[in-house]
Design a protein around this ligand. Sequence first.
Ligand SMILES: Cc1cc2nc3c(=O)[nH]c(=O)nc-3n(C[C@H](O)[C@H](O)[C@H](O)COP(=O)(O)O)c2cc1C
Length: 207
Amino acid sequence: MVAPMNNALHRQPVALDKAYRLMNHGPTVLVSAAHSGQRNIMAAAWAMPLDFAPPKVAVVLDKSTWTRALLEGAGTFALQVPTRAQLDLTEALGNSSGREILEKSGHDKFAAYGLETFAGVATDAPLLEGCAAWLECRLLPEAHIQERYDLFLGEVIAAQADARVFANGRWNFSGHDELRTLHHVAGGHFIVDGDAVDARALPPKSL
Ligand SMILES: Cc1cc2nc3c(=O)[nH]c(=O)nc-3n(C[C@H](O)[C@H](O)[C@H](O)COP(=O)(O)O)c2cc1C
């Protein structure tokens, strides 16, 4: 599979009041964070928008993950929405430990997988090239739910998307199959986004 040409030319800022739409269709995301000269990235299927304005997100981060430790240290993180072209990579980033890779090879996950990143506008979290959207977040510390449910909340403070597939507040993947976003089911099995459809008003018959 050929990775799509996805570079700065296609990246456009997304207005914060529209940022929830980048995740409202329920895609699997990649969570990245950087702290004290170290950086990491992992897959997360359990992520969702939480509010419109200011936009907030929720994501489950298991205690075993290194990304969680970096995110807690940094107080910031990024969620990025990977694409069909990044399917194998998404699975790999969710089945490998950044801590272990670093111990064994001296490289972080980005170097180990040869990943290109770019700098965000509001956080130090590394942003992965080739994704369909990026949400930079400030951690909203909630010690109880973090400890008890592994649930982390964040306020989105900057958002960008690939304008080929997200424009005017809408996803439209037609003509860009490789940029379709992913929904994890289990065990390396995913559903890829299909066509955009618009609902029509349906008044109740009894009125
Ligand atoms: C598709 C996919 C989705 C995942 N979703 C989550 C999730 O929502 N929360 C979580 O804690 N781990 C999830 N995982 C597992 C982590 O990505 C995995 O533990 C990863 O190795 C952590 O990496 P790290 O230790 O380098 O941070 C998922 C894995 C895959 C493959």
